[in-house]
Design a protein around this ligand. Structure first.
Ligand code: SAM
Ligand code: GLN
Length: 290
């Protein structure tokens, strides 16, 4: 950042970075600048506003420069910070894990409500756990629950295990590396939760640069029509549910009806239900075993 001479204060660097991000087409230039700088200074964003005139130290400037370079290379803010807030909890994330999305909180909320309504301790599975966001939030907000998670990526599993330990949940969850339900063969669950990869092949090229360039392909690619993982989960999942149990999946926009139909095609499934996200998009399909 070799611009005009003068002191780089918080206010000045924010203004400069906002402008630079805007020129580079970053979607929320001001917010990203503030979030990165606040993180670097180990402060809340509000701190920046009441310290506009405070100068930054040379080492802080150098570090911030690195963050700005990564951001304009379209690295998501969460990967630069190494963390993302989800359900009010902080999750460590790396490029091996999808960045947990606010939409996924709809699935978590649905699972929490349904598990709590049972009023007894139960065991659920989270398939394709990534950072562990779904499984660990459900465990955090429910009592007496236990979980098994599967991911095909050993690197993701390592991050999920770290998150479980950091959230004090390690004793309530078992981690498996493998292909969908295969590592859980022979086990029975009250619920099977999943936010599987669901992007159709043809849509991958149209994803936001941040997602396309930085997030793991194996976390996103759902086959030709995006529904490959639901096909397998709907075929194999119901037999692994206890009677009265349920499966709940996050789905992409426009996929809910097809996924509900797949679930209903399994004779063990009694009924399905669809839940919308805040934008009014059908985001979660719940399928109940009779
Ligand atoms: N559950 C996390 C969340 O909601 O933020 C991550 C969801 S991400 C869309 C899908 C996850 O499924 C990725 O972590 C990916 O590694 C994993 N995955 C992909 N193929 C898989 C497979 N065949 N078996 C198990 N996990 C798989
Ligand atoms: N919601 C993610 C996106 O739109 C996709 C996650 C998934 O494939 N499950 O980028």
């Amino acid at each position: 950042m070799t611009v005009a001479q003068g002191v780089w204060t918080i206010g000045r660097i924010l203004k400069w970075t906002e402008q630079f991000f805007r020129e580079k087409g970053i979607e929320s230039p001001r917010l990203d600048a503030e979030v990165l700088l606040a993180h670097l200074l180990h402060k809340e964003r509000i701190f920046l506003y009441v310290h506009f005139d405070e100068p930054l130290e040379q080492t802080e400037l150098a570090h911030f420069h690195e963050m700005v370079k990564q951001r304009v290379a379209r690295v998501p803010v969460a990967y630069i910070l190494g963390e993302k807030e989800f359900m009010g909890l902080t999750f460590r994330v790396t490029p091996a894990t999808l960045v947990p999305r606010p939409d996924t909180e709809v699935l978590v909320q649905a699972a929490i409500e349904r598990l709590q309504a049972l009023g007894r301790p139960c065991m659920f599975a989270d398939i394709g756990t990534g950072s562990g966001a779904i499984c660990l939030s459900v465990l955090h907000f429910t009592e007496g629950t236990q979980a098994a998670t599967v991911d095909i990526s050993p690197e993701a599993r390592a991050v999920a295990e770290e998150n479980a330990a950091a959230l004090g949940l390690a004793e309530r969850v078992q981690f498996y590396t493998g292909d969908l339900l295969a590592p859980l063969t022979g086990q029975q669950f009250t619920a099977i939760l999943s936010n599987p990869p669901y992007i159709p092949e043809a849509e991958e090229a149209t994803l936001q640069a941040e997602v396309r360039l930085s997030e793991p392909h194996t976390a996103l690619a759902g086959g030709a029509d995006g529904l490959d993982f639901y096909r397998r989960l709907c075929a194999e999942g119901p037999a692994m549910l206890e009677p009265g149990g349920f499966m709940a999946f996050e789905v992409g926009a426009g996929q809910a009806a097809a996924v509900a139909e797949m679930a209903e095609a399994n004779p063990l499934i009694k009924r399905t239900e669809t839940i919308k996200d805040l934008a009014g998009i059908e985001r979660v399909v719940v399928a109940y075993r009779g």
